[in-house]
Every structure is written in structure tokens, then in C-alpha cells.
Design a protein around this ligand. Structure first.
Ligand SMILES: [Zn+2]
Ligand SMILES: [Zn+2]
Length: 432
């Protein structure tokens, strides 16, 4: 496994040649794990040393968080992803790690808004890999905003930690695949515990999106994807559907936008492109590779068979699971206790629905959250009072008048001095 002449093991990426190819951030995380170092030190010490583009890693080495805040770029279309892949290739002796990113998609679509800023995952995939002693990884597929469910399990992708309810960053200094980087909770679970909530049939739209992204991921690993074919597709679509005006009305997209696409001055966003392809029942891979079928509405110039806004799936409400989640919070097993709104978000349901089905439990959760918030607030105020007293007395001892502005400056916050008890403390200390 250890290549002569390379600093690190030549770890093989998972899922090469398939639609569930590993993401570069997942690869970095696994690479750190097999070397028993944190992601932070792998990037700061190893990757930084081989990358000529030091600016990328400057923040990482200096302890800043900018590098990690924009970590989704490591899986993305641009220079950051490409440079990082090159660096990893030098370190591991691996080849073509670009396949773990969307660098080959760069000319096909505008990159903005394609990838998620936070993690999403299929809990059943994770659980399965763990049970079968397979490597735990995160497919690039999961980082697409448009992808919402797992084709293998028919499970909705999750995006909040089941324990602390937080959204999880793509990469942190201590990231481990399959774990929450805040509370360390394992993110996988089996069908039984999420029965009814997640295992619903995907809508035809969700199915369309996942299969299309997977197909493109396969092609993107072996060839560069271009925009020319997409441009030609849009043009023929507009022409065969009554021109720009008629097309614009049919799909509900402004005519100026349609014109810009038509003239090749602008490229359709990925989600829009998917909606259009869905409407005309074309696989995006066929368009990109120039294999548009005959007999479709384009070729015969018939009307667009269109559903401009794909229908969203309604999830059945899972009473048992919801109750058990709420009870855990009431029993103090979740720290800090989240608000009902946060719980609703993590269960991917509406807050009103939650109140409707479990009103007593919701009220208890809400009370717990409120009292926690109040507790934090009074703790903060008490601490501030003590500090204000100290600061004011210090200044008086030094013979300096402790004006409000001076005290605020030392405290480093103006907000806290707006609190009544803090002001009273300041006044009282002045009197003495
Ligand atoms: Zn799955
Ligand atoms: Zn967590």
C-alpha cells in the first residue's frame, strides 16, 4: 500500500467509474484516518508542503477557518479543487484524483449553487458499510443540492445530526466520515429506526435527478463535459416550440434569460437544466454527449410536455419516531435542548404539523428550550455584572473616570451594557 517515494499511503478512492464515486473531502478524511492524524494536520502539514499555491492553505496553517468554511470548493469546479487533487496525487502517488471533484464539469454549467455548503448523507448506506466492515465514505453524489434521496435505499438524505440537530460542515479539522463533527454522533442507522419517515417512494422528479447526476458523474470521470451540446439542445428546443417568446411562456422563464441561452451568452443553471430535461423527458447525459434521441418532442417539433415546477413529495408523518425524538429532548438527552423549530427542521416536517400531532410534547420541548435560553441569558448578565464592577473599580483606582464608553470598550461589547442589571451595577459601582 505504501508507494516508494511518496509521503503517504496510496489510498485508492472508492467507487471509481461509478455514479457513487467518492468526494475529494471524503478522500481527505479517510487519508487522515489511515495515517492516524486529524484532517487539520494532514492539510496543514502534508498538503501545504507540496502545494505551490500556498495561499489556499495559508488560512489553514495560521489557524483561520476560511479554508474549511469554503471546503465545498474542494469537491467543486475550480482551481482550488484541481490544485488540491494535484497535491494529493503527489503525496499518495495516485493518479487522476480530479475525478473526485467536478473539475471536468467546469465548462458545462455555471458552478454556482450546484453543491451543498453542508453535509447530506444516507443513514442506511453508512450503517450498511459499517455492518459489512467496509470503508465509510461520502459519495460526491451526496453533495449535490439537487439530490435528495438515496437510489439504493429509497431513503431521504439527512442533513442534520440526529443528536445535536446541527448541520454539519463539509470538512473541519476533525472531520470523520459518517460522524457529526460537533458531537461525534454516528450518523448511520438502519431501516427499523426510521421506518415510515424516510422509506417512501421517490417521486419521478427525485428519481430523474439522482439518475441524471449519477450518469454525469460517470462520464465526467473520463472526459471533459462541454456546454456546446447543451447550447444546441436549448436552441433546437426553442426553435421547435414556437420561438423564444412562446418557449419563455411555456417554461415560465424570462424571455431575456431564454435569449441569453439561445445566443450562447449565458448557460442555464444546473437545476433549471434538469427541470427542462425532465419536462422533455431527456437524459442530460444524452444531451451532453450529443446522443439526443429521435422521436422526442424536439425532433418532431411538438408541444413541450412540461411540468416547470417539479412536484415535491409529501412525507407521511411518523408519530412514533417524532414522539420518541421529542421525549428524548424532554428527558434531557439532547444538549443544548433545541427549539421546536429546529426539531421540525431536522425531522424535515412543518412546525405546525409537529404541534398538531404532538402538542403536549412540543409545549414541553418549547418550555425546556426557553428556560435554557433564559438560563444562558442570566448567566451572561451575571458574568457581565461582575466584570463591569471589576472594570469600573479598576478605573476608579487608577484615577480614570469609568465612563460608559470606556467600560464598553474594555468589555469589548456595547450590547451587554444595554441590559438593565448591568447598567445598575455600573451606576452602583460609580456611587461607591
Ligand atoms: Zn443509501
Ligand atoms: Zn451532532
Amino acid at each position: 500500500m505504501f508507494n516508494i517515494g511518496t509521503r503517504l499511503f496510496s489510498l485508492k478512492p472508492i467507487g471509481i467509474g461509478t455514479g457513487i464515486i467518492e468526494s475529494q473531502t471524503s478522500y481527505i478524511s479517510r487519508l487522515s484516518e489511515i495515517h492516524s492524524v486529524t484532517v487539520g494536520s494532514l492539510i496543514g502539514k502534508e498538503l501545504a508542503s507540496v502545494l505551490a499555491k500556498k495561499y489556499i492553505l495559508k488560512s489553514s496553517m495560521e489557524g483561520g477557518s476560511r479554508f474549511f468554511d469554503t471546503a465545498s470548493e474542494l469537491n467543486g469546479f475550480g482551481k482550488v479543487a484541481e490544485d488540491c487533487a494535484k497535491g494529493l496525487e503527489i503525496l499518495t502517488g495516485g493518479t487522476d484524483l480530479k475525478g473526485l471533484t467536478l473539475v471536468s464539469w467546469n465548462h458545462m454549467i455555471p458552478p454556482r449553487g450546484v453543491l451543498r455548503e453542508k453535509k447530506a448523507w444516507c443513514p442506511e448506506c453508512l450503517e450498511n458499510w459499517k455492518e459489512n466492515n467496509q470503508d465509510i465514505y461520502e459519495p460526491l453524489l451526496w453533495s449535490f443540492k439537487a439530490v435528495t434521496f438515496c437510489l439504493e435505499h429509497g431513503t431521504s438524505l439527512q442533513n442534520r445530526c440526529p443528536n445535536c440537530f446541527k448541520e454539519i460542515p463539509i470538512l473541519t479539522r476533525k472531520t470523520r466520515n459518517g460522524f457529526c463533527s460537533y458531537c461525534g454522533c454516528w450518523l448511520g442507522h438502519s431501516k427499523i429506526s426510521i421506518d415510515g419517515v424516510a422509506n417512501t417512494q421517490p417521486t419521478s422528479w427525485e428519481y430523474f435527478v439522482v439518475t441524471n447526476v449519477m450518469e454525469l458523474l460517470v462520464i465526467g470521470q473520463v472526459s471533459l463535459l462541454h456546454c456546446e451540446e447543451i447550447h444546441a439542445f436549448i436552441k433546437s428546443l426553442v426553435d421547435s416550440n414556437g420561438g423564444k417568446g412562446a418557449f419563455s411562456r411555456a417554461v415560465g422563464i424570462p424571455k431575456t434569460t431564454v435569449r441569453a441561452w439561445y445566443d450562447g451568452n449565458n448557460k442555464p443553471r444546473f437545476d433549471t437544466l434538469l427541470i427542462i430535461c425532465f419536462g422533455v423527458k431527456q437524459q442530460l447525459k444524452d444531451i451532453v454527449t450529443g446522443f439526443r434521441g429521435t422521436g422526442n418532442c424536439l425532433a418532431v417539433g411538438s408541444e413541450l410536455m412540461f411540468t416547470p415546477k417539479p412536484v415535491k413529495r409529501r412525507r407521511p408523518f411518523d408519530q412514533d419516531r417524532t414522539e420518541s425524538v421529542l421525549k428524548e429532548i424532554i428527558d434531557g438527552k439532547v444538549n443544548p435542548p433545541p427549539s421546536v423549530r429546529e426539531v421540525a427542521k431536522s425531522l424535515q416536517c412543518d412546525k405546525r404539523l409537529l404541534y398538531k400531532h404532538c402538542s403536549k410534547l412540543c409545549k414541553a420541548v418549547s418550555e425546556k428550550h426557553i428556560s435554557y435560553v433564559q438560563e444562558c441569558r442570566s448567566k451572561r448578565i451575571n458574568e457581565a455584572c461582575l466584570k463591569v464592577k471589576d472594570v469600573t473599580e479598576d478605573l476608579l483606582n487608577q484615577g480614570v473616570y469609568p465612563s460608559r464608553r470606556r467600560v464598553e470598550k474594555i468589555l469589548g461589547s456595547k450590547l451587554i451594557m444595554r441590559e438593565k442589571p448591568v447598567q445598575t451595577t455600573w451606576h452602583d459601582s460609580l456611587q461607591q
